[in-house]
Design a protein around this ligand. Sequence first.
Ligand SMILES: Cc1cc2nc3c(=O)[nH]c(=O)nc-3n(C[C@H](O)[C@H](O)[C@H](O)COP(=O)(O)OP(=O)(O)OC[C@H]3O[C@@H](n4cnc5c(N)ncnc54)[C@H](O)[C@@H]3O)c2cc1C
Length: 446
Amino acid sequence: MKYDVIVGGGGTAGVAAAIAAARGGARTLVIEQYGHLGGTAVSGIPFLGSMDCNGEIVNRGIFNELIEKMKDGDGCFGYATGAYWHTPQTPERYRFSLVPFDPEYYKYVAQELVLGAGAKVLYHTFISDVIMEDNRIKAIEVVNKSGKQIIEADVFVDCTGDADLVHLAGGSFIDNPHKQNCSILFRIGNVDLEQFAADLEEGKTVTGWGDWHTRVIKAHNNNTLPTTIIHLAGHMVLGENEPETTFTAVSLRDSEISLNATRVAGLSGVDAEQVTQAEILERRNVMHLFKLMKEKIPAFRDARLLTTSPIGFRQTRNIVGDYIITMEDIVGGAKFPDSVAKGAYPIDIHDPQGGRTRFFFIQSGGSYDIPYRSLLPKDVEGLLVAGRTISATHEANGSTRIMGCVTAQGEAVGTAAALAVACKVTPRQVGIEKLREILIANGAII
Ligand SMILES: Cc1cc2nc3c(=O)[nH]c(=O)nc-3n(C[C@H](O)[C@H](O)[C@H](O)COP(=O)(O)OP(=O)(O)OC[C@H]3O[C@@H](n4cnc5c(N)ncnc54)[C@H](O)[C@@H]3O)c2cc1C
C-alpha cells in the first residue's frame, strides 16, 4: 500500500493535517488508534487561545470551519467573551475568551470533514514502527485486527501527541527535566447550574471560590443559551483535610458540566507502566472529588458522573526542530518570516509538584508566530510534526500545546506535506513563500 501523505494520529492536530493534505491534492491516509477522531480535543475541554487578550481572533482556516460546522448541529455556539483574566500576574484588562463545544459532535464533524476532503481513515490501528532509508522515513508498520501491515508514503506527518514517529525514526528530543502533569477529565450531569452560579456570586459553598483566575458566569455572545455558567477556573478547598484543588469547569448544556480538576504529577506518558498507573490513580482521584462535590456543594447534590476521558498527558516528548520556540518568544510575541500559524494563550504551567497553575502572559496582549522550522524534526527527513510535541521548550509548550494553536499547526503541516508531494521535494525543501501563500488563500491567519 502506498499513499502520498500519511498522518499518524487523528487527534487535534491530525484532523486539520489530514483535511489540509487531502484538499492540497495528496492521497492521504490518517491512522488513529481509537475508533474516532479528535484525540484530546474530545475530552470535554473548550478551545482556548484562539482569540488574543486584545480580543483579536488569531486562528481561522480549518479551525474556524470546525466551529462553523459544529454550530450547524448545535454542538457549539462560537466564542464566549466579555470576561477578563484575574491572576496576580495578569496585566490589567486582558481579555479571556473560549469556544465551548460538544465533544461528541466534534467527533462526527471531524470525521465527515476529513472524509469529505478525500482522505482515508484507518481506525483502531496503532503505528508500531518505521522503516527508514538513511535518515528518511519510507514506510510505517501498523498493528490492528488484520495483523501487521507495512504502509508507504512520500511524506509522513507526526500528530501522535507523543512524537511516536520521530521517536521510532531515532530523532532528537529536548531534555526537559520537568513535565506538566496529567489528568482524567470528567463530565457531570444533573447539576443545578443556576444555584451554582448564584452561590459562586455570593461566595458560598466553594471555599476559596473567590480566588478564581478566569470566570464567565453568563453567556455574553448568545443570550438564547440555556446554560448559566460557561466557564470557571480557580481554586477550591472541599474539606479541612483536603488539599486545595485547581480546577476548570465548563458547561455547554443545561445541567451539565465538564471538569478538569484532578491530576497526578511525575508520571511519564510514554512509559506503558506509568501510563497505566496514571489511569488507575486518576480514576480514584476523580471518584473521590466527585463524591466530595456531591457532599459539599449543594448544586451538585443530585449530580451523576456521566463520562470520563482517557488519561491526558499535557506534555510528553518535544522534538528538537530546526528552531526551538522559547518562553521569551511567547512572552515577547515573536514574529518570524517563516510563520505558518499563531498562538495567543498565555503560558500555562500545571505545577509538576501539584501546586497552583502558573501563568506567563504575552506582554502586548497579542499573539506570537509558529515558525515552520519548529515543525521540522532535526536529523529526520520526509517528516513533519504538529501538536503538543513541536519544537518548544517546557515553558513555551505551556502555550503552543493549546488547541487553537495546535489545530492551526495541523493545517500548516498538512498543507506543507501536500505541497512537498506536488513539488517532489522533502518537507524541509518546501518553498516557504508558496506555503504561506496557500495558507493565507485558505483563510489561515499566519
Ligand atoms: C488534561 C488536559 C486538559 C487540557 N485542557 C485544555 C483546554 O481546556 N483547552 C485547550 O485549548 N487545550 C487544553 N489542553 C491542551 C490540548 O488539549 C492538547 O495539547 C492538544 O489537544 C494536543 O493535540 P495533539 O494533536 O498534539 O494530540 P492529541 O489531540 O492527543 O492527538 C493525538 C492522537 O494520536 C493518536 N495516537 C497516539 N499515538 C498513536 C500511535 N502510535 N498510533 C496511532 N494513533 C496514535 C491518539 O489516539 C490521538 O487521537 C489540555 C490538555 C490536557 C492533557
